[in-house]
Write a protein that binds this ligand. Structure first.
Ligand SMILES: [Zn+2]
Length: 61
């Protein structure tokens, strides 16, 4: 029960924080997009960090 509460509080804090913090919001979306992209484009468990950085560089401007 306590674990669930802590998780939802953390989630709430995180969600309200990224609404106000563009830095975290951008980072959160970039990571999400990269993971999504790599999941769909390649069926690999480990992704070369160079490739991840390349994609990150294209998304973040
Ligand atoms: Zn932040």
């Amino acid at each position: 029960m306590l674990d669930n509460e802590a998780t939802s509080v953390q989630e709430e804090f995180f969600n309200s924080h990224i609404e106000k913090c563009m830095v975290c919001f951008a980072h959160y979306n970039v990571e999400k997009q990269i993971r999504q992209l790599l999941k769909t484009k390649m069926n690999k468990k480990s992704v070369p960090s160079a490739l991840a950085n390349e994609i990150r560089g294209k998304i973040v401007k």
